[in-house]
Design a protein around this ligand. Sequence first.
Ligand code: FAD
Length: 393
Amino acid sequence: MPAGGRHCDVLVVGAGPAGLSLALSLAALGLHVAVVERQDQAAIAAPRDDGREIALTHGSMRILRAFGAAEGWGPEEAAPIRAAQVLNGRSARFLNFRAGADGCGPLGWLVANHRIRRALYRCARAEPRIELLCGRRIVEQAADARRAALRTEADGWLTASLLVAADSRHSETRRALGISARMQDFGRTMLVMRAAHTRPHAGTALEWFDHGHTIAALPLHGERSSIVLTVPAARAERLAALAPAQFEQRLNRWLSHRLGALRLCSGIHRYPLVAVHADRFVGPRFALVGDAAVGMHPVTAHGFNFGLSGQGLLSAALAGDLRAGRAIGSDSALALYQRQHRRRTWPLYHATNAIARLYSGDSSPARLAREVTMGLGARIAPFRRAVVRELRS
Ligand SMILES: Cc1cc2nc3c(=O)[nH]c(=O)nc-3n(C[C@H](O)[C@H](O)[C@H](O)COP(=O)(O)OP(=O)(O)OC[C@H]3O[C@@H](n4cnc5c(N)ncnc54)[C@H](O)[C@@H]3O)c2cc1C
């Protein structure tokens, strides 16, 4: 542990959506936060469109509104999801989830990831208690029972009462601090793109598990959808190399022309499908948030929603330290955060991975199991109501 160095209350590694959200929550408690980011300022201030549309729950939207971040996009940039439909191959059975006419609003909203990042960056920039240190390379980190520290080439040593890793599912900080993680590589790649189509989607998100691929069509404003195609990794390369007209032809066929004639209106972004759950979320004077703690399979759209609820739990636990007059980052506060966040994420992490395996398997038993679970889900109304309630909480 270094003897000197510039001190702040909390050091956050990673100015992604989870790191910036945590910094904003901690600043609201009156804490001074330094966020250390590898990418340069321009890339963080105006993130490039990465093709991702993030399905935000009502709870996430409330948090983003409280930060002032939800003002960073107009109503035409947050597309409501009014219903969701899950289909299994050519089977006549399907699952339907509807928002209903109870005045509680849609199931959720789709907002582009780069818009969320840009809005959070603007809020963080306007907050005097947050220092953004972009374009930094971390060369060393350390933590003991009293404090944490990291060293960058540009700043020398920076010390804090707590160090938080928010540096993605492949977190280098998690590894440097000696925390192991379970990784599940699905051997598949997601191809993500936007498309215009001639038939309306009526605000319905479609998830279609078919033989050899899964295709999701997420409703955007106007007659446009975000298309997420999941295929074995080698096939993804071949598909992405097709001429746009050929690619569109396949999409139209796989969607059975449900959206009419579909035309690509963006480039194709590729994401290898790897899920991660860290074995611990905390240690002496350090914690993990966002994908560094739990990197979800996107099929149930929980990744950033968990990132937001997790940062809320950590900041609430640290508020407990402040109320008790303790230095923030006490063992008891970190243990509370770990317990609460694990209780929420662990069951859904494993359930999501099991669903993903079941629904992407092409063997006859997997197809039969899908048919049976789909039939049950379609018949059990309380199950469907519980899913809708969870999305709206
Ligand atoms: C196709 C797709 C669709 C998705 N859909 C949804 C959805 O519908 N709903 C949902 O909730 N989630 C969804 N997700 C998940 C969501 O995008 C992630 O959970 C979220 O982006 C994680 O945010 P993060 O801040 O933890 O990590 P990241 O977004 O990965 O940000 C990490 C930051 O840390 C920085 N960094 C990395 N290493 C270092 C280092 N060594 N030093 C300093 N900085 C570093 C990076 O530059 C980056 O800025 C989806 C993901 C994908 C791929």
